[in-house]
Design a protein around this ligand. Sequence first.
Ligand code: SF4
Ligand code: SF4
Length: 132
Amino acid sequence: MKTVCKLEPDKKYVDKVASISLERINKCYQCGACTSGCPSAYLMEIKPNQVTMLLQVGDSKTLLESETPWLCLACYQCEKRCPQGISIARILEAVRETVLRKGIDTTSLSDVKEIEELPSVALVANFRKMTS
Ligand code: SF4
Ligand code: SF4
């Protein structure tokens, strides 16, 4: 039986992420070293190595619908471990950038519980990352 792929690759989006991040996404060969060292991977429905896989096939929809870009801690473990020198941190930062450039915020003050008890530096870091 012939298998038909119905996915229309979103090459424009992949090119945009590559140009913002300056990462060579196609060099990833799915070794999984990034995911195995990622402290947030257990929370991510799309794991760090799957981020490059989705971009390689042009599936921007699945990536943008996931929370993975917002769960990255920017700890750069993935970059340190990658034998191909790819930084998933920079790729995910670029993905967040594409959302924020459209003026879409992913948090608001009303989402933050017990705001008075949080360190101000954590609040500022959160709003710098999650708002346009
Ligand atoms: S930078 Fe992000 S993706 Fe990379 S290891 Fe840290 S939390 Fe995971
Ligand atoms: S460590 Fe590098 S080559 Fe391996 S899966 Fe992650 S991004 Fe791809």
